[in-house]
Design a protein around this ligand. Sequence first.
Ligand SMILES: [Zn+2]
Length: 91
Amino acid sequence: MAADMHKPTLNALHRCDACGSRAYVHVIIETGLNEAGYPDSGELFFCAHHSRETMPIIKLRCNVLHLLDETRFLQQHIQPPEATELTNLKK
Ligand SMILES: [Zn+2]
């Protein structure tokens, strides 16, 4: 069963690098060569708004090594895990 497809990997601890909102997109890009001459990478987190704004530029200018887009969970209005836990405590 592909249960993982229906669960977000990113949680409320992941924040957008541009504005600090909850991140729904995780990107790893190649940032050049390190001192030893090997390709280096850096990671970025974006909220839905800033991923729409920034991803076209990143895809155009950078070598994207990894892209995780979980903005679909935002549209489905899935409750964040921490909110679910609080609801359960009240029962
Ligand atoms: Zn943002």
